[in-house]
Design a protein around this ligand. Structure first.
Ligand code: C5P
Length: 242
């Protein structure tokens, strides 16, 4: 269970990120560096976290022409991230080039390639926005499933998705495909601005491989206590079912 939790380090400075990492590293599996921290603290933050002994999910959602994304993918591998992502809507060729560059870069470094994850439809987009603003004719479930399938065909390891989308993705891509789910809230936590939230237990039951959890841990008065409470919540619900 512990290994499946990825903490979203959505903070403004290296100091805050390192302090949270120190407090939480014994209770979770990895830490996510997204656009906010990457741009505030600089790209060196990834190497610093890796040197601190933790796994890093580099959540920069690359979306550009295939050659540019391939170069960025090589840099992501060199940073030491264990997972990074691209937008599936960049197309199959873009994803294939990212995969190829990541594998070549990892081989040159003598390391295992990081998990490469596709972003299907941002969970902040509603179906009417997808259709009316972006001109997509498919329904939301069909578009999520189609982009997950395209990611798989391009050789990606999995996708980021709302826990509610797991059944559509499992149906399209099978069990051997990683699903990373944000929007997780333990029973005792506030929903914040997330609209479609699920509990950690529910996301795991539905087949999520990794849970991205931010504010319930990072904004807690005592992040370490919050992490212990989260692990206890999942453990006790598991026991209840056994
Ligand atoms: O604080 P909270 O638990 O809401 O943080 C969730 C993290 O997951 C944030 O870093 C957010 O950017 C990210 N995320 C998300 N929904 C997505 C993709 C990523 O909430 N569809």
């Amino acid at each position: 269970m512990r290994e499946k939790i990825i903490v979203a380090l959505d903070v403004d400075s290296e100091g805050e990120a390192l302090a949270l990492t120190e407090a939480l590293k014994d209770y979770v599996g990895a830490f996510k560096v997204g656009l906010q921290l990457f741009h505030r603290a600089g790209h060196g933050i990834v190497t610093k976290l890796v040197e601190a002994g933790v796994k890093v999910f580099l959540d920069l959602k690359f979306h550009d022409i295939p050659n540019t994304v391939a170069q960025a993918a090589a840099a992501a591998v060199e940073s030491g991230a264990f997972m990074f992502n691209v937008h599936a809507s960049g197309g199959k060729k873009m994803m294939q080039e990212a995969r190829k560059a990541a594998q070549a870069s990892a081989a040159a470094l003598g390391i295992a390639p990081p998990l490469l994850i596709g972003v299907t439809v941002l969970t902040s987009l509603a179906e009417d926005e997808l259709q009316d603003e972006l001109g997509v004719e498919r329904s939301l479930p069909e578009q999520v499933a189609a982009l997950a399938r395209l990611s798989q065909e391009a050789g990606l390891d999995g996708v980021v998705a709302s826990a509610r989308e797991i059944p559509w993705i499992r149906a399209a891509c099978g069990d051997d495909f990683v699903i990373v789910t944000p929007g997780i809230r333990p029973l005792w936590a506030a929903g914040d601005d997330q609209k479609r939230i699920v509990t950690p237990q529910k996301a795991l039951e539905d087949g999520a491989d990794y849970l991205v959890i931010g504010r319930p841990l990072t904004a807690a008065a005592d992040p370490r206590e919050a992490a212990k409470k989260l692990l206890a919540e999942v453990a006790s619900e598991n026991k209840g079912e056994a």
